[in-house]
Design a binder for this molecule. Structure first.
Ligand code: MLT
Length: 264
């Protein structure tokens, strides 16, 4: 489905009813990454998954895409659908960076947070230099060069070597992202603020989910983040890398079902 926001058309899925559960994808992905969650969790919640601007089937706008802008896009999406009730937000990686911004900008609209494969800290100087290299690579060689460079690190080594169909699925998702989307994200992430001070301010139920084999964000960062959030839960999924929801969908879905159940 698609809706018109202020300056672009956003694509989304909307299944089930009850507590709204908004999925925010990572970089450089789209709402298709949540396919194993949508049907399964629609029994437990109203599941909403959006394509951020420039990703999947949403229109692109020129970048940069600061996390605060993408968070306001999420709020505009909820407004346009008439969802005023607080939502549970599940953000993976960059989706988590956006979830932190959403919580700062719209705290009363958040019923709970699921922080998957993410970190609160900003880019290091080395990380910022890598964003510039990726921007140059995307401009010179296109989106598929970014996909090829990232694939081995997005998935656990076991998944990457033994599950070619999943590797291809992720490649297809990445190749659907526009050049504006990729470069907009890279600039936005490069300049994102430190969300570490936000952690102690989080007053809603929170679940930290992380893959034991995440090569992009080491598990210890998720453990440190978990201990800084009052009363947060932590679940580490075995044999899963950065895309833990695709690599271990059943365990991921069970963790979210348990989290939703605890809020009732
Ligand atoms: C993501 O999965 O969203 C990205 O890897 C996050 C990042 O590059 O910092």
């Amino acid at each position: 489905m698609q809706i018109q926001l202020q300056n672009y058309r956003m694509a989304y899925d909307d299944f089930g009813q009850g507590q709204p559960l908004l999925f925010i994808h990572g970089y450089p992905l789209s709402r298709r990454m949540w396919q194993p969650q949508m049907a399964s969790l629609a029994m437990d919640a109203r599941v909403l998954a959006i394509d951020l601007r420039g990703h999947g089937d949403s229109q692109a706008t020129p970048g940069p895409y600061p996390m605060s802008l993408l968070a306001d896009d999420c709020a505009a999406f909820l407004d346009t659908l008439g969802i005023q009730r607080p939502v549970v937000i599940c953000g993976l990686s960059m989706g988590g960076y956006i979830a932190f911004a959403f919580y700062r900008q719209h705290p009363s609209r958040v019923a709970g947070l699921v922080l998957a494969a993410t970190r609160p800290g900003p880019d290091t100087p080395e990380g910022q230099a890598n964003r510039d290299k990726s921007t140059a690579l995307a401009r010179q060689q296109g989106v598929s060069a970014i996909a090829e460079a990232m694939l081995p690190r997005l998935l656990s080594p076991g998944t990457y070597h033994n599950r070619p169909e999943l590797v291809n699925q992720v490649r297809t998702i990445m190749e659907s992202v526009s050049l504006d989307g990729i470069t907009g994200d890279l600039l936005g992430m490069k300049g994102r603020p430190d969300s570490t001070p936000t952690l102690a301010e989080i007053k809603v139920p929170t679940l930290v989910l992380h893959g034991a084999d995440d090569q992009l964000i080491p598990l210890r960062e998720a453990e440190t983040m978990h201990s800084a959030i009052p009363n947060a839960g932590l679940q580490v999924l075995p044999t899963a890398g950065h895309l833990l929801n695709l690599e271990q969908p059943e365990l991921f879905n069970q963790a979210i079902q348990g989290f939703l159940h605890d809020q009732r």
